[in-house]
Write a protein that binds this ligand. Structure first.
Ligand code: ADP
Length: 283
Protein backbone atom coordinates (compact mmCIF):
# COMPACT_ATOMS: atom_id res chain seq x y z
CA UNK A 1 0.00 0.00 0.00
CA UNK A 2 2.52 2.62 1.15
CA UNK A 3 -0.32 5.07 1.89
CA UNK A 4 -0.02 7.33 4.89
CA UNK A 5 -2.00 6.30 7.95
CA UNK A 6 -4.56 8.39 9.77
CA UNK A 7 -3.48 11.79 10.98
CA UNK A 8 -4.99 12.59 14.32
CA UNK A 9 -4.63 14.76 17.33
CA UNK A 10 -5.59 13.88 20.88
CA UNK A 11 -6.91 17.40 21.32
CA UNK A 12 -9.77 17.10 18.90
CA UNK A 13 -11.35 20.50 19.13
CA UNK A 14 -10.99 23.82 20.83
CA UNK A 15 -14.73 24.41 20.98
CA UNK A 16 -15.76 23.89 24.57
CA UNK A 17 -19.50 23.58 24.03
CA UNK A 18 -21.62 20.57 24.85
CA UNK A 19 -21.65 17.60 22.50
CA UNK A 20 -24.46 18.08 19.99
CA UNK A 21 -23.61 15.25 17.60
CA UNK A 22 -22.50 11.87 18.88
CA UNK A 23 -21.85 9.22 16.26
CA UNK A 24 -20.64 5.78 17.22
CA UNK A 25 -19.84 2.89 14.91
CA UNK A 26 -21.90 4.50 12.16
CA UNK A 27 -22.13 2.26 9.12
CA UNK A 28 -24.23 2.63 5.99
CA UNK A 29 -24.30 0.05 3.24
CA UNK A 30 -26.02 0.39 -0.10
CA UNK A 31 -26.11 -3.23 -1.26
CA UNK A 32 -22.48 -4.30 -1.58
CA UNK A 33 -21.19 -0.71 -1.22
CA UNK A 34 -20.07 0.38 2.22
CA UNK A 35 -20.63 4.14 2.03
CA UNK A 36 -19.81 4.86 5.69
CA UNK A 37 -17.72 2.39 7.62
CA UNK A 38 -17.72 2.27 11.44
CA UNK A 39 -17.29 6.00 12.04
CA UNK A 40 -17.04 7.47 15.55
CA UNK A 41 -17.33 11.24 15.86
CA UNK A 42 -18.38 13.72 18.51
CA UNK A 43 -19.10 17.31 17.54
CA UNK A 44 -19.56 20.20 19.93
CA UNK A 45 -21.75 23.25 19.87
CA UNK A 46 -20.14 26.15 18.04
CA UNK A 47 -17.70 24.07 16.02
CA UNK A 48 -17.15 24.55 12.30
CA UNK A 49 -16.18 21.09 11.14
CA UNK A 50 -15.22 20.43 7.55
CA UNK A 51 -15.43 16.94 6.11
CA UNK A 52 -12.98 16.28 3.33
CA UNK A 53 -12.50 13.27 1.10
CA UNK A 54 -12.76 12.23 -2.50
CA UNK A 55 -16.05 12.00 -4.28
CA UNK A 56 -17.62 8.74 -3.11
CA UNK A 57 -15.78 8.78 0.24
CA UNK A 58 -19.08 8.88 2.18
CA UNK A 59 -19.32 12.55 3.21
CA UNK A 60 -22.83 13.09 1.90
CA UNK A 61 -24.11 9.82 3.34
CA UNK A 62 -22.69 10.68 6.75
CA UNK A 63 -24.36 14.11 6.73
CA UNK A 64 -27.63 12.57 5.56
CA UNK A 65 -27.60 10.07 8.40
CA UNK A 66 -27.60 13.04 10.76
CA UNK A 67 -30.94 14.46 9.70
CA UNK A 68 -32.70 11.23 8.89
CA UNK A 69 -32.46 11.48 5.09
CA UNK A 70 -30.54 8.20 5.21
CA UNK A 71 -31.10 5.41 7.74
CA UNK A 72 -27.89 3.79 8.99
CA UNK A 73 -27.42 0.05 8.67
CA UNK A 74 -25.23 -0.09 11.77
CA UNK A 75 -24.07 1.97 14.72
CA UNK A 76 -25.77 4.86 16.37
CA UNK A 77 -26.38 8.57 15.76
CA UNK A 78 -27.46 11.03 18.38
CA UNK A 79 -28.08 14.60 17.31
CA UNK A 80 -29.37 17.20 19.77
CA UNK A 81 -30.14 14.30 22.07
CA UNK A 82 -32.23 12.24 19.65
CA UNK A 83 -31.66 9.40 17.21
CA UNK A 84 -33.14 10.50 13.85
CA UNK A 85 -33.61 6.88 12.76
CA UNK A 86 -36.05 6.38 15.65
CA UNK A 87 -38.24 9.40 14.92
CA UNK A 88 -41.65 9.42 13.32
CA UNK A 89 -42.47 11.91 10.57
CA UNK A 90 -43.64 14.67 12.87
CA UNK A 91 -40.66 14.52 15.21
CA UNK A 92 -38.33 14.31 12.23
CA UNK A 93 -39.86 17.50 10.85
CA UNK A 94 -39.24 19.19 14.17
CA UNK A 95 -35.67 17.96 14.26
CA UNK A 96 -35.10 19.33 10.74
CA UNK A 97 -36.04 22.78 11.94
CA UNK A 98 -33.23 22.56 14.47
CA UNK A 99 -30.87 20.95 11.97
CA UNK A 100 -30.71 22.89 8.72
CA UNK A 101 -29.45 21.24 5.55
CA UNK A 102 -27.78 23.12 2.71
CA UNK A 103 -27.47 21.33 -0.61
CA UNK A 104 -24.99 21.75 -3.42
CA UNK A 105 -27.79 22.69 -5.81
CA UNK A 106 -29.39 25.32 -3.51
CA UNK A 107 -32.95 23.93 -3.76
CA UNK A 108 -34.62 27.31 -4.33
CA UNK A 109 -37.91 27.96 -6.10
CA UNK A 110 -36.70 29.80 -9.21
CA UNK A 111 -39.80 31.88 -9.80
CA UNK A 112 -39.96 33.14 -6.21
CA UNK A 113 -37.98 36.17 -5.10
CA UNK A 114 -35.06 35.90 -2.70
CA UNK A 115 -37.36 37.04 0.09
CA UNK A 116 -40.09 34.63 -0.97
CA UNK A 117 -37.64 31.75 -0.83
CA UNK A 118 -36.47 32.64 2.65
CA UNK A 119 -40.06 32.96 3.87
CA UNK A 120 -40.86 29.61 2.30
CA UNK A 121 -38.41 28.22 4.88
CA UNK A 122 -41.18 28.74 7.41
CA UNK A 123 -43.33 26.09 5.75
CA UNK A 124 -43.74 23.50 8.47
CA UNK A 125 -43.87 26.26 11.08
CA UNK A 126 -46.93 27.82 9.47
CA UNK A 127 -49.95 26.13 7.97
CA UNK A 128 -49.29 25.41 4.29
CA UNK A 129 -47.17 27.29 1.74
CA UNK A 130 -47.91 30.89 0.85
CA UNK A 131 -47.09 32.52 -2.43
CA UNK A 132 -47.87 36.12 -1.60
CA UNK A 133 -45.21 37.72 0.59
CA UNK A 134 -47.71 40.10 2.17
CA UNK A 135 -49.55 37.14 3.60
CA UNK A 136 -46.65 36.45 5.97
CA UNK A 137 -46.68 38.31 9.26
CA UNK A 138 -44.68 41.49 9.52
CA UNK A 139 -42.43 39.87 12.06
CA UNK A 140 -41.66 36.99 9.72
CA UNK A 141 -40.91 39.38 6.89
CA UNK A 142 -38.61 41.41 9.12
CA UNK A 143 -36.80 38.28 10.26
CA UNK A 144 -36.39 37.03 6.66
CA UNK A 145 -35.05 40.40 5.65
CA UNK A 146 -32.55 40.35 8.51
CA UNK A 147 -31.21 37.00 7.36
CA UNK A 148 -30.86 38.19 3.77
CA UNK A 149 -28.98 41.22 5.09
CA UNK A 150 -26.63 38.96 7.00
CA UNK A 151 -25.67 37.10 3.85
CA UNK A 152 -25.13 40.39 2.00
CA UNK A 153 -28.26 40.28 -0.14
CA UNK A 154 -30.27 43.10 1.43
CA UNK A 155 -30.39 44.76 -2.00
CA UNK A 156 -31.73 41.68 -3.82
CA UNK A 157 -34.86 40.98 -1.79
CA UNK A 158 -37.29 41.20 -4.68
CA UNK A 159 -35.12 39.63 -7.37
CA UNK A 160 -36.29 36.30 -8.72
CA UNK A 161 -34.06 33.50 -7.51
CA UNK A 162 -33.45 32.18 -11.02
CA UNK A 163 -31.91 35.50 -12.04
CA UNK A 164 -29.34 35.46 -9.22
CA UNK A 165 -25.80 34.12 -9.66
CA UNK A 166 -24.96 30.69 -8.23
CA UNK A 167 -23.16 32.24 -5.27
CA UNK A 168 -26.10 34.55 -4.56
CA UNK A 169 -28.53 31.63 -4.79
CA UNK A 170 -26.48 29.67 -2.27
CA UNK A 171 -26.51 32.70 0.02
CA UNK A 172 -30.32 32.84 -0.24
CA UNK A 173 -30.38 29.14 0.67
CA UNK A 174 -28.23 29.90 3.73
CA UNK A 175 -30.54 32.78 4.71
CA UNK A 176 -33.52 30.43 4.35
CA UNK A 177 -31.84 27.95 6.67
CA UNK A 178 -30.90 30.65 9.20
CA UNK A 179 -34.48 31.90 9.16
CA UNK A 180 -35.41 28.64 10.93
CA UNK A 181 -32.95 29.52 13.73
CA UNK A 182 -31.26 26.13 13.56
CA UNK A 183 -28.77 24.91 16.13
CA UNK A 184 -26.84 22.85 13.61
CA UNK A 185 -26.27 23.44 9.91
CA UNK A 186 -25.26 20.54 7.69
CA UNK A 187 -23.89 21.69 4.35
CA UNK A 188 -23.28 19.09 1.65
CA UNK A 189 -20.68 20.44 -0.79
CA UNK A 190 -22.26 23.92 -0.65
CA UNK A 191 -19.64 25.44 -2.95
CA UNK A 192 -19.13 22.59 -5.41
CA UNK A 193 -20.81 24.43 -8.27
CA UNK A 194 -19.41 27.89 -7.45
CA UNK A 195 -16.37 29.83 -8.66
CA UNK A 196 -13.50 30.31 -6.16
CA UNK A 197 -14.54 33.85 -5.18
CA UNK A 198 -18.16 32.90 -4.46
CA UNK A 199 -16.91 29.82 -2.63
CA UNK A 200 -14.87 32.01 -0.27
CA UNK A 201 -17.90 34.26 0.30
CA UNK A 202 -20.12 31.31 1.18
CA UNK A 203 -17.53 29.87 3.57
CA UNK A 204 -17.02 33.27 5.16
CA UNK A 205 -20.76 33.52 5.79
CA UNK A 206 -20.89 30.03 7.31
CA UNK A 207 -17.93 30.95 9.52
CA UNK A 208 -19.56 34.22 10.57
CA UNK A 209 -22.92 32.69 11.50
CA UNK A 210 -21.17 29.83 13.29
CA UNK A 211 -19.44 32.39 15.51
CA UNK A 212 -22.32 34.87 15.88
CA UNK A 213 -25.06 32.32 16.62
CA UNK A 214 -22.84 29.70 18.28
CA UNK A 215 -24.04 27.37 15.56
CA UNK A 216 -22.47 24.02 14.85
CA UNK A 217 -21.63 23.75 11.17
CA UNK A 218 -20.69 20.48 9.49
CA UNK A 219 -19.74 21.08 5.92
CA UNK A 220 -18.32 18.80 3.27
CA UNK A 221 -15.84 20.26 0.82
CA UNK A 222 -13.39 18.89 -1.65
CA UNK A 223 -11.03 21.89 -1.70
CA UNK A 224 -8.46 21.37 1.05
CA UNK A 225 -7.12 24.96 0.99
CA UNK A 226 -10.59 26.42 1.33
CA UNK A 227 -11.35 24.01 4.16
CA UNK A 228 -8.14 24.88 6.02
CA UNK A 229 -8.94 28.57 5.67
CA UNK A 230 -12.27 28.38 7.50
CA UNK A 231 -12.56 25.18 9.52
CA UNK A 232 -12.03 24.80 13.25
CA UNK A 233 -11.67 21.10 12.75
CA UNK A 234 -10.93 18.88 9.79
CA UNK A 235 -12.29 15.38 9.46
CA UNK A 236 -11.27 13.21 6.53
CA UNK A 237 -13.03 10.20 5.09
CA UNK A 238 -11.55 7.64 2.76
CA UNK A 239 -13.69 4.78 1.43
CA UNK A 240 -16.23 5.45 4.20
CA UNK A 241 -13.69 5.28 7.01
CA UNK A 242 -12.48 8.14 9.19
CA UNK A 243 -8.80 8.77 8.40
CA UNK A 244 -8.26 12.28 9.77
CA UNK A 245 -9.54 14.21 12.76
CA UNK A 246 -7.57 17.28 13.72
CA UNK A 247 -7.90 20.94 14.66
CA UNK A 248 -7.43 22.86 11.41
CA UNK A 249 -4.84 25.28 12.79
CA UNK A 250 -2.37 22.52 13.55
CA UNK A 251 -2.74 20.90 10.14
CA UNK A 252 -0.67 21.72 7.06
CA UNK A 253 -1.98 21.36 3.54
CA UNK A 254 0.40 18.39 3.09
CA UNK A 255 -0.97 16.61 6.16
CA UNK A 256 -4.58 17.23 5.16
CA UNK A 257 -3.86 15.97 1.65
CA UNK A 258 -2.85 12.58 3.14
CA UNK A 259 -6.59 11.86 3.20
CA UNK A 260 -6.21 11.25 -0.53
CA UNK A 261 -4.09 8.65 -2.29
CA UNK A 262 -0.90 9.88 -4.01
CA UNK A 263 -2.56 9.62 -7.41
CA UNK A 264 -5.62 11.57 -6.29
CA UNK A 265 -3.44 14.20 -4.62
CA UNK A 266 -1.68 14.92 -7.91
CA UNK A 267 -5.02 15.19 -9.72
CA UNK A 268 -6.56 17.47 -7.07
CA UNK A 269 -3.51 19.78 -7.07
CA UNK A 270 -3.81 20.10 -10.84
CA UNK A 271 -7.51 20.91 -10.48
CA UNK A 272 -6.81 23.56 -7.83
CA UNK A 273 -4.17 25.16 -10.06
CA UNK A 274 -6.68 25.16 -12.90
CA UNK A 275 -9.36 26.77 -10.69
CA UNK A 276 -6.92 29.43 -9.50
CA UNK A 277 -5.81 30.37 -12.99
CA UNK A 278 -9.43 30.49 -14.17
CA UNK A 279 -10.38 32.89 -11.38
CA UNK A 280 -7.31 35.06 -12.09
CA UNK A 281 -8.31 35.28 -15.76
CA UNK A 282 -11.82 36.22 -14.67
CA UNK A 283 -10.58 39.19 -12.61
P1 ADP B 1 -19.37 11.69 -1.12
O1 ADP B 1 -20.39 12.59 -0.53
O2 ADP B 1 -18.09 11.65 -0.33
O3 ADP B 1 -19.13 11.95 -2.57
P2 ADP B 1 -21.41 9.64 -0.95
O4 ADP B 1 -21.81 9.56 0.46
O5 ADP B 1 -22.29 10.38 -1.89
O6 ADP B 1 -19.90 10.18 -1.03
O7 ADP B 1 -21.25 8.16 -1.50
C1 ADP B 1 -20.53 7.14 -0.83
C2 ADP B 1 -20.72 5.84 -1.58
O8 ADP B 1 -22.08 5.39 -1.43
C3 ADP B 1 -20.48 5.93 -3.06
O9 ADP B 1 -19.90 4.73 -3.50
C4 ADP B 1 -21.88 6.09 -3.64
O10 ADP B 1 -21.94 5.60 -4.95
C5 ADP B 1 -22.70 5.24 -2.69
N1 ADP B 1 -24.07 5.74 -2.56
C6 ADP B 1 -24.47 6.92 -2.01
N2 ADP B 1 -25.81 7.04 -2.05
C7 ADP B 1 -26.29 5.89 -2.61
C8 ADP B 1 -27.60 5.40 -2.92
N3 ADP B 1 -28.68 6.10 -2.63
N4 ADP B 1 -27.68 4.19 -3.49
C9 ADP B 1 -26.61 3.45 -3.78
N5 ADP B 1 -25.34 3.85 -3.52
C10 ADP B 1 -25.16 5.06 -2.95
Amino acid sequence: MGEPGPVSSPEISEADGETVVDISGLTKRFGATVAVNDVDLKVRRGELLVLIGLSGAGKSTLLRCLNGLVTPTGGHVEILGVDPAQLGKRDLRQLRQRVGFIFQQFGLVGRLTALGNVLAGSVGRIWGPRYDISSYSQEMRRSALEQLDRVGLGDKLYQRADTLSGGQQQRVAIARTLFQHPEIVLADEPVASLDPESSEQVMEILFKVCREDNLTVMCSLHQVDLALGWADRMVGLRAGGLVLDSPAHSLSNEEAMKVYSAEDRARLRAEERHDRSRSEIGR
